[in-house]
Structure formats: structure tokens, C-alpha cells
Write a protein that binds this ligand. Structure first.
Ligand code: EPZ
Length: 416
């Protein structure tokens, strides 16, 4: 178990280049399996979740080579359609191989995926969509086996919830299906647009990504390409939050402002001065933040659920009372107990958190419960008086590549 020791009370100052997006790199790696050739992904963050996906690709028979932040994947000769449970369990995005497996091999044997324990996180929308495209599903004791006797075919698919992962699986399955697929109620996240751009660069015919209606004309085959992963909007937000909570000043490089549109207004309401210039963004924080009022998480372009914990950390020491409504996952306030241990005053009721700002937090020994909760503890620890030890810090490595840069001089890492 890894521990992170953070000395609070330092202003975060400096320039940071935003890492590649974990939640784009993962589906892009899965999409490489759809291509019977070599793909080169650049700007891939070096994260444990990326490593776990590479392990799955290798298990399926792909050759995968790391060169710095570049990953070269060759899926010319897949040798299996089965993903062992322990690889499925390693992360949520193991489910992203479902569409590619059916598209390439017409078969898939999977089990329930793992991932941050932030809710039930069923995969019914993924499975229903594959069934609509011609897959036959057999539910075994532990395994789920899917076969497409006549190959995948286009369909009109309506999602009752804009699931990011289901949208991504459908794009990957439909890219080489027979005929046209109309996806209604699609997720609109930037990561969906990144995946569609990658697939189109490989020869797919996908239109409407980024809107809630996407059309995919199946093509015979996809060819390899070289593609740069989009910047991580959630890590950009976490870095901005770390600067905001410490009265700091940062310049972020390599941002896409549009992706940050949902999180900049609450930062401005808290008193931060934000100046976007080209692909950079400058933030100067006030000495003490004011309340952002109320935040309600929602599918993009709403406020991202993945940024919720970091903004809850900001509210702990802001003046006034703040409210957060979590509408996406049913167990995404698990970090509140740790914030309270650090002196925060938070009341939870159902899906709503009410945060009564206090002047300061104090350091404590706290446990990261998941990736984004752990990242939020880093934000809170930076603002706290004294030292904080975050246990299970390996959860933060799932998604934050250079968290040590943000922690700076006051941070020490222990690997037990
Ligand atoms: C992706 O998860 C992200 N993960 C999550 O980030 C992110 O929080 C989430 O999208 C929402 O933006 C990756 O991209 C690897 P969903 P995903 O399908 O695809 C329900 C992080 O910290 N649902 O949009 O699993 C589900 O239970 C992670 O980086 C079904 O009911 O999210 C949830 O309530 C955490 N049936 C809601 O939809 C399904 O078949 C949103 O899930 C699928 C989902």
C-alpha cells in the first residue's frame, strides 16, 4: 500500500503541462484491437489503469510497445477472445474490449468489470446494444459469453441514459458492422469525440460525435494510424483546484478550453481570476475562496462527476455554505469522512452534500477510497495546516500521472 505525506500551507505556483486523458487513452487502446494492423498513440499517460489495459491487449495476442508517452499497438494476429476475470476486475474500462472483440472475432468471453467502487455500475446498456447489433448472449455462473453467428449488423439504438462507456463500445462495434447504426441518446463527453476522431482516422465513417445522435456507417476494415490523445480535463481541473485552494497561481499548458467550460464558472464564482490564452490557461486564486453556491453533476456538458470530490474539497475552507448534488453515481461522497477527520463541516443527505466552510483544515491520516476521492484528498491536504498522510495512494496513480509535481517540496511518498 502506498502512502503520500503532504505538508500543507504552501501556495501552488508554477507551470504544468496537462497529461493525456486517462478516459480517452483507455477506449483508444481498446479501439486499436479493431484494427488489423499497427496503431501509434501519442501523449498516452503512464498510469496503472493504462498498464492494466495494455496487459489485456497482450493477453488477447496484441504486441504492445511503450516508447515514453507513445504506445505502439499491433493487433494483426489476435489469439483469444477471452478476458480472464482477474484482468476484467482490474478496472472498469476492461469492458471497452467487448465491442472490439465482437467486431474483430465475433466472440467475447468477459465477466463483470472492476473499477472505482462508486456505485453499482452495471453493464446492461453495453450488453443490450451488442444484442441489438446481432450478438447472442449466454450468462454463465461467472462468465458472460457473446457470439455473433452472422457478424455484427447496424441497428437503431436508444440509450435511456447517456452512458460514456456504452457509447464508446457501440462506436467500436458499429465501425465495421454490416450497415448503418443510429445511436440516439449518446454521451457527449469530449472522450467520445476523441474516440470517433481516432476511428475515422482509421477509415471509419462516424458522424455526430459530441452530440446526442451519432451515425456510424459500417466499413469493411480499419487501417492503422497515428493519433494524439486529448488532454485530461479532469486532471486539469484537479490541478486548478490545488492552486485555487492554496491561494496559488498556475499556468496550465496543453488545455482545450471548451473541455473545461463546465468547471471554470464555479472557480470564478469562488474568486479565481482565470485567463485562457491559446492552449494555455492562467489561474490566480484569492487568499480565501468564496462559496461556489450549488453544483449539480450531470453528463457533459454539465459539471463532471469526476471533478465533484475536488470541488467538495475546495468548499471545505471557502467562506459561506456550498451545496453539491451528485446525480451520476450513488456512492460518490465516500471521501467526506476523511474531510471531516481533517476538520471539515459537511452534512450528507441522500445525493446531496452541504458544506459549511471553515477557516482551515488540519492535517490527519486519511484513506483514499477511489481515484478521484484520493485526488481530492491531495487538494484538501495542500490547504490544511500541518501534515497529512494519505493511505492507499496507489489509487491516485490510476489517473494522476504527476501528482508529485503538484505536491511539490512538501510531499514525500512511501511505498510499503
Ligand atoms: C466513465 O465511466 C468514466 N470512466 C468515469 O470516470 C466517469 O465518471 C463516467 O464515465 C461518467 O462520466 C472511464 O471512462 C474509464 P457511464 P462509465 O457508463 O463509462 C449507469 C474516473 O474516475 N450505467 O457513463 O462507467 C452507471 O451505473 C471514472 O475516471 C448503467 O446503468 O460511466 C452510472 O450510474 C469513474 N448501465 C451512469 O450510468 C450501463 O450499462 C454513468 O455511467 C452503464 C452505465
Amino acid at each position: 500500500m502506498a502512502e503520500l505525506m503532504i505538508k500543507g500551507g504552501q501556495r501552488l505556483l508554477g507551470e504544468f503541462t496537462v497529461q493525456g486523458a486517462k478516459n480517452s487513452a483507455l477506449p483508444l487502446l481498446a479501439a486499436c484491437f479493431c484494427v488489423s494492423g499497427q496503431c501509434v498513440l501519442t501523449g498516452v499517460p503512464r498510469l496503472s489503469d493504462v498498464g492494466a489495459t495494455v496487459e489485456i491487449l497482450r493477453h488477447l495476442g496484441c504486441s504492445v510497445r511503450w516508447e515514453g508517452h507513445t504506445v505502439v499497438v499491433n493487433a494483426r494476429a489476435p489469439r483469444s477472445y477471452k478476458i480472464p476475470s482477474q484482468l476484467m476486475q482490474a478496472l472498469r474500462s476492461s469492458i471497452f474490449l467487448l465491442g472490439p472483440l465482437l467486431a474483430r472475432l465475433g466472440m467475447a468471453e468477459i465477466s463483470e468489470p472492476g473499477g472505482c467502487p462508486i456505485g453499482a455500475r452495471p453493464i446492461d446498456l453495453h450488453l443490450q446494444a451488442m444484442e441489438q447489433m446481432g450478438a447472442r448472449i449466454h450468462y454463465g455462473e461467472e462468465k458472460i459469453t457473446l457470439r455473433t453467428p452472422k457478424g455484427l449488423h447496424g441497428a437503431t439504438i436508444r440509450l435511456h441514459f447517456p452512458s460514456v462507456g456504452a457509447t464508446e463500445n457501440i462506436l467500436m462495434a458499429a465501425a465495421t458492422a454490416h450497415g448503418k447504426t443510429q445511436l440516439i441518446g449518446a454521451a457527449r463527453e469530449p472522450e467520445i469525440v476523441d474516440l470517433a476522431r481516432f476511428l475515422n482516422a482509421c477509415g471509419a465513417k462516424i458522424h455526430g460525435a459530441g452530440t446526442n445522435e451519432i451515425t456510424i456507417e459500417g466499413v469493411r476494415r480499419l487501417d492503422g494510424c497515428t493519433y494524439q490523445v486529448m488532454p485530461d480535463r479532469i486532471i486539469a481541473g484537479s490541478t486548478l483546484a490545488a492552486a485555487a485552494v492554496t491561494g496559488g497561481e498556475v499556468l496550465l499548458r496543453g488545455v482545450v478550453h471548451e473541455h473545461l467550460a463546465p468547471i471554470l464558472p464555479p472557480l470564478r464564482r469562488m474568486g479565481c481570476r482565470i485567463t485562457p490564452v491559446n492552449d494555455t490557461l492562467h489561474l490566480r486564486a484569492p487568499r480565501r475562496l468564496q462559496s461556489f453556491g450549488t453544483l449539480i453533476t450531470a453528463p457533459y456538458p454539465g459539471f463532471p462527476t469526476d471533478a465533484q470530490a475536488a470541488f467538495l474539497a475546495l468548499a471545505c475552507t471557502a467562506t459561506g455554505t456550498s451545496h453539491i448534488e451528485e446525480t451520476i453515481f450513488e456512492r460518490r461522497f465516500r471521501q467526506v469522512r476523511a474531510f471531516s477527520k481533517m476538520g471539515a463541516h459537511i452534512r450528507l443527505k441522500d445525493t446531496r452534500a452541504t458544506i459549511y466552510g471553515v477557516p482551515r483544515l488540519h492535517g490527519a491520516r486519511v484513506e483514499a477510497m477511489d481515484l478521484r476521492g484520493g485526488a481530492a484528498l491531495v487538494v484538501a491536504a495542500l490547504a490544511a495546516e500541518g501534515n497529512t498522510t494519505i493511505t492507499h495512494a496507489e489509487l491516485i496513480d490510476r489517473g494522476w500521472e504527476n501528482v508529485s509535481q503538484v505536491i511539490g517540496r512538501g510531499g514525500v511518498r512511501n511505498q510499503e
